[in-house]
Write a protein that binds this ligand. Sequence first.
Ligand code: TRP
Length: 485
Amino acid sequence: MIDEQVQKYSEELKKLGIEHRVMEHPDMVEAEKVQAYLNDDLSGSCPTLIFKAGDNFVALVKRGDVRLDNGKMKKALGVTNLRMANKEEFENLTGVPVGAARVFNSGLKTYLDKSIFEKEYLNGGTGSFEVTFKYKTADLKKIPGAAVVEVTDGGKARIFAGMRPTGRLHLGNYLGSAKGMLALQNMPEYETIFMVVDLHGITTPYDRAGYRENIRQVMLDYLAIGLDPEKSILTVQSRVPEHIELAYLFSTVTTIAKMSHLPTFKEKVKQYPEHVTMALLNYPVLMAADILVYKAEKVPVGIDQEPHLEVAREIARRMNQEYGTDFPAPTRFATKGEYVPSLSGEGKMSKSVEGSYINLTDDLKTVTVKIARMPTDMGGPGEVPKEGPVANIFKFMELFKPDKLEYYAGLYVQGKLRYAEMKDDLARAIFDEIRPIQERRTEIEARSGYAEKVIEEGAVKARDIAQITLKEVREKMGLNGILGT
Ligand code: TRP
């Protein structure tokens, strides 16, 4: 049912000659969710933001997936003071709840960011959480007094990922996630920030004496696989204390109830009943701060982290509503990762299962022995099994020696497979994959102080960005001024 207000708004648009199609959906506040429901993403949306620019309030329509450049915005509007309207101002000016802003707001000067004209149609607000309009973007210039500006940074989408220092990388981590991070680092459309999240690592019992060295080793592993301080910001979380400050500020808009009901929290409580601490409860809040202190939009993590990302989006929305900040709604970025099975026959390769994994540092002999130990069967005859230990060996063949997969599968069918030969082939292929990583690692290790230097320089770059966000948040939360901050 289209309510009367939306109807009236639609009439207004028609009078202005602005083409729009009406789309109804269940009551949803997050643009992300509405877009997903409509089989689209943020690049197909055009949110309207309300700002106080100098002494006046203005509306800005931009594309949902681009970042605002504050400097460009001030310049285009000819003001030195610029901030987003707070909740009260927003609702007074637009007459609709936060998150439901319409594209046309009579009485407000409207600025249209250039980004919207790259698409012929974009979905935008109507004042109702149950209705979205698909606007013809060219028609938006018919909004009385509308001005076209270029105020988004048009730059790179920021990506943040945190790696917990749980130990050295193994083959499963490498193919499952690290290789994906590497691919992102090398794509020109992204700016990547990768950190060893040592503060998350101490939310469960850990080895204090070895922790520093552990962190350093993890960093060396990532450098060895090809993460490059020239291309990515690489550092350690605790070297950027802004994460902690922002996490604290975020905790003021986060309920205990919500945090204590997260499946990830409950699992840890079960696993470590003696260590149910505030830090553990606060884990998702700190993670939200990790991401949002850089206003990163994309987070390459596994599906198990989705509840945490939802928390981050909710915190972003709360902060934007309460304090007029402009935090983006970060989404999970599924990189193409490979599922690497366990050597022991069941499940996936994992550090927590002894004998299940191959270290990136294993030499040819070690790899050969580990592969030789993999459980097998009689070697056919018959179909190659789809599950179990034999299926796993064939999965390894597919991952590391695809050109010989058919050959060995054929032998299996005939009952002529000799595992010794196949395993030997496989061990060599796996070693060929990890050898260059080992060589790079040896080279990096020889440069004394290299990891430390990367971490320190990365921290400086990260803090440059993080401090801008913190300054803004402190200001908006009423924490600045008196003490000269
Ligand atoms: N929770 C993540 C994991 O267990 C690690 C992490 C901490 C993280 N902060 C992050 C991942 C920020 C991505 C972004 O893997």
